[in-house]
Design a binder for this molecule. Structure first.
Ligand SMILES: Cc1cc2nc3c(=O)[nH]c(=O)nc-3n(C[C@H](O)[C@H](O)[C@H](O)COP(=O)(O)OP(=O)(O)OC[C@H]3O[C@@H](n4cnc5c(N)ncnc54)[C@H](O)[C@@H]3O)c2cc1C
Length: 435
């Protein structure tokens, strides 16, 4: 496999443009609302609580954004990960209906946030196509399309196998489901824009300030961070796939699952136009699915996927992802790789995010790999709810996180077993059906 040498393996392609100075505001002694975690969810929660009149501070264990929010694929859409039937069996038909109905308002809200805060993040209405790996998947997509059309205002179209050539040059898929209004953006520029919106409001943003202790009393919380102590009335926890063991309750409900991405060297415009004439965000339906797109400047292919269920050296993950890419587009056999990186998604056991509260400790997490819209959206909901503002109403308050008490202890073994199960059994079964 050839590398261009443009970046050290491990460095996200998106970081090439980052210009933000380190977040070294001093830690205040007290505030009304302390937000823990400075990804999309935390920054958005801070903006919402501040705009309701609270004195807010944000702390992050690392440099803000170094979680998933500057590492992701930049696919920007809001649709429940699960079918209506699965949502209905887990949360009841009314909640399933409400989750479907909330998909369009969530996307509109996130677009309006970008507009209102003047965030330049290469937002493009590319549409997103889910590519069916097997005929069975295509049939399930038809059911999903019907439910989406019946139960939400989200635009959706089926693309038959014969019509796929207008979207993508490959024989790998059996058809697709297109969300024409979904978008692509530059995730790190989106995060940078939210950071600036926080700074404009005078909200202290303190990096490298891991919260290591949280004590509750009648007045709120006494919080210890590695940069000192502070008092706060309320806390909003927005740590998703990076939640530290201090938050045992949340760690037992939302677990980190790594996802990897590679970027190709710059490719000729006519080659990119030939491979992906639809210029969509593209996501497969197979269990260990790949997701891929053209970079916002139109020059590279970015290819992501769950190369493994557990952490893997990034160069080995890059080799696996490149193999998957060449499987779909043999034309890229000799293409060099410029960047390879990874990040943690935060999966809930029901693959659905949740915004909740426990005696003054609010949280928004469990985005399960789909957080570019849902993390800022539900972060804001948590901010409004912390302030008792009616704008905090959401069906995602009804999607209680399921608990798996053993998971933190057996996780390494669980993920190893799951990795083998998917690679040796599920992949083979799906590939046989795809033929
Ligand atoms: C490789 C990859 C690709 C993805 N692609 C897409 C995509 O294309 N489309 C999509 O919709 N979603 C995608 N996602 C998911 C999306 O990026 C996330 O859902 C979203 O960024 C979550 O934002 P967040 O603010 O909740 O968490 P994060 O951005 O992960 O931030 C959590 C923060 O909490 C901090 N923290 C943790 N513990 C503590 C503590 N004790 N004290 C202080 N701070 C703490 C961490 O340092 C971290 O900065 C992808 C994710 C990954 C990893």
């Amino acid at each position: 496999m050839r590398w261009t040498g443009e970046a050290e393996p491990g460095t996200p392609y998106w970081w090439d443009v980052l210009t933000e100075a380190p977040a070294d505001d001093p830690l205040p002694e007290r505030c009304d609302v302390l937000v823990i975690g400075a990804g999309y969810a935390g920054l958005s929660a801070a903006i919402a609580a501040h705009d309701c009149g609270a004195r807010v501070a944000v702390v992050d264990k690392d440099e803000p954004g170094h979680g998933a929010s500057t590492r992701n694929g930049g696919m920007f859409g809001a649709h429940p990960r699960l079918s209506w039937k699965k949502l209905s069996s887990q949360f009841g038909p009314e909640v399933a209906d409400a989750l479907f109905a909330e998909a369009r308002p969530a996307l509109e809200w996130a677009k309006a946030l970008i507009d209102r805060e003047g965030i330049d993040c290469d937002l493009q209405e590319t549409g997103r196509i889910q590519l069916a790996w097997t005929r069975e998947h295509f049939e399930s997509q038809k059911v999903l399309a019907r439910h989406v059309a019946e139960k939400s205002d989200v635009a959706v179209e089926m693309v038959e196998r014969d019509g796929l050539g207008q979207e993508i040059e490959t024989q790998s898929y059996c058809g697709g489901l297109l969300f024409p209004e979904h978008c692509g953006l530059h995730p790190a520029k989106f995060h940078q824009g939210l950071r600036r919106a926080v700074a404009r409001r005078g909200i202290p943003l303190v990096g490298h300030a891991e919260v290591t202790e949280l004590e509750r009393d009648v007045h709120g919380f006494s919080v210890r961070t590695v940069k000192g102590r502070l008092r706060t009335e309320k806390v909003i926890l927005c740590t998703n796939g990076y939640t530290t063991p201090l938050f045992r309750w949340h760690v037992a409900r939302v677990f980190p699952l790594p996802s990897y991405i590679i970027a190709t060297e710059e490719l000729p415009a006519n080659l990119i136009g030939h491979l992906a004439p639809g210029r969509r965000m593209m996501v497969e339906t197979r269990a260990r699915h790949s997701y891929y797109r053209i970079s916002p400047d139109g020059k590279r292919i970015l290819w992501g996927g769950r190369a493994s269920m557990r952490e893997l050296p990034v160069t080995e993950a890059a080799r696996r992802l490149r193999g998957l890419m060449v499987g779909v587009w043999p034309e890229l056999e000799d293409t060099a790789i410029s960047h390879a990186w990874w990040g943690n998604t935060g999966f809930s056991f029901n693959h659905t995010p949740h915004v909740g509260e426990d005696r003054g400790l609010h949280y928004a997490m469990g985005f399960s790999g789909s957080g570019t819209v849902m993390a800022p959206y539900l972060g804001a909901k948590a901010g409004f709810r912390a302030m008792g503002d009616a704008r905090g109403e959401t069906a995602y308050a009804e999607t209680a996180l399921r608990r798996d008490i053993l998971h933190p202890f057996v996780r390494p073994h669980f993920l190893k077993a799951a990795d083998i199960w998917y690679r040796q059994v599920v992949d083979r079964m799906e590939n046989r059906r795809a033929r």
